[in-house]
Write a protein that binds this ligand. Structure first.
Ligand SMILES: [Cu+2]
Length: 195
């Protein structure tokens, strides 16, 4: 009899819909920011612990960090790369010049010796994103394409850690309390209305 089966079918449909919603909910929770570092292989190179620091709104530059290991027999060289969230990517070095910590671009890139590893980290070598188009938000993953002389181009996701983070797992000397605030780059930005 149809009249008795219909309510049953309706209830079943409702249950299935509810299960579907729950499944989507659980899936979305699974997608919540985990900022887990990824390992990527490119030829003889292994790129690990790739991360970036979150940037305050209006910041013009951001920094990226990672470890590159060369398992091959020949030296390779990180010569550049690109990102879609900034005008350009540069390879920088932080070093003491006398009493002053200075940052400079490395126009010839960075050699990765055979059997060796180079770590880009705060206070040392780093990727610098010049002309940020949008802020890097903690918990996000942002793709960066790196260019190597031998291994070619490879894309790796950077896990965005807090502004004061000193490493990919977000541990900072100041407990992640905003670090040094992006070198005073924070500015009010006027929303450009349609003209
Ligand atoms: Cu720099």
């Amino acid at each position: 009899m149809r009249s008795t089966t219909l309510p049953y079918q309706a209830a079943t449909a409702a249950t299935l819909a509810l299960i579907g919603l729950l499944a989507v909910g659980i899936y979305l929770i699974g997608l919540a920011p985990q900022a887990k570092a990824q390992s990527v292989k490119a030829g003889d190179l292994m790129i690990e612990q790739a991360w970036a620091r979150a940037t305050p709104p209006g910041a013009r530059v951001g920094g990226g960090y990672l470890t590159i290991t060369n398992h091959g027999a020949a030296p390779d060289r990180l010569i550049g790369g690109s990102v879609d969230f900034a005008e350009r990517l540069e390879i920088h070095e932080m070093a003491m010049q006398g009493e002053v910590m200075k940052m400079r671009a490395l126009p010839d890139g960075l050699e990765i010796p055979p059997g060796g590893a180079v770590t880009l980290k705060p206070g040392g070598y780093h990727l610098m994103f010049m002309g940020l188009k949008n802020a890097l938000e903690q918990g996000a993953r942002v793709p960066v394409t790196l260019a190597f002389e031998r291994a070619g181009r490879v894309t790796v996701d950077l896990a965005v850690a807090g502004m004061g983070a000193k490493s990919h797992d977000g541990q900072g000397a100041h407990g992640g309390h905003g670090g040094h605030g992006g070198h005073g780059e924070t500015k009010m930005q006027h929303n450009m209305q349609q003209q």
